[in-house]
Design a protein around this ligand. Sequence first.
Ligand code: HEC
Length: 254
Amino acid sequence: MSESKRNSECVKYALTRRRFYDCTMNEKLLYTAFILLMGLGYLMALTYLYTGFEYIDGKSGLSVQDIAENYYGNRSGTTLEAAVRGPMSGYISIRERHHVMAWLKSGATEKGYKKTIRPILAKNCLKCHSPSSGMKIPDLTTYFGLRAVAQVNTGVSLQSLMKISHIHLFGIGLVAFGIGMIFRFAVLPPPVKYTLTLLPFAAIFVDILSWFLTKQDPVYAYTIFISGAVLGAAWAGQMFISLYQIWFLSPPKD
Ligand code: HEC
């Protein structure tokens, strides 16, 4: 092989197999700044998630239950049902309560309200549950007032789910791409490197798919939890390995 041919092979090899120690100082600074900023963004997102989701199930601390209720809702009962079975049960006879339950089961229609429910409420409840009582409690004098406590909670609407998922896919996808573009200079055994490169994308996909699945069945709240943890771990791996190799890994001697 001629001298110049060998030189050009060397250059080609060096260009295709660039590592962090081949990067210029300018690149190293750029990568470090990006990783630190995205790390901060990730911590912010976690804090926001925790504080925004923590109390959905009425208890402190983020749990699978919070996630399930956010997407699936709480379909085991309405506020009205809980009230006439619980704290308001003393104001209603058993027979009247059956009427209320049957009405709820049949879809809480306005027709049924006018026929059977309004007289029951007028007799038992409106002395307190009307604006004239001055109490800050649900106004049950109208059908619409009653609807507010007779609605089954089915969680986030499909419309807003589609809105947040496309924003997340574009936004988080780009962040994953940016971090992955930096991580590609890392020195690692190829299987580890390929896995770590693909993992964030797989986790984002599974996470967002699970939002829609959880809307159908709350058991998928576990998948959301697990894919979120996998994303965090994969990103932490990419970021720490990159930062370490940018500043501490020196090229091999030969
Ligand atoms: C003596 C007054 C009084 C009467 C009569 C009364 N309520 Fe109430 N109701 C209250 C008060 C006070 C609250 C708020 C405190 C609470 O939630 O326990 C309330 C709360 C409610 C709530 C909201 C519960 C929640 O979790 O937000 C519903 C629904 C309700 N009542 C339904 C009824 C129905 C139906 C009747 C008639 C069968 C009725 N109430 C009769 C005083 C009354």
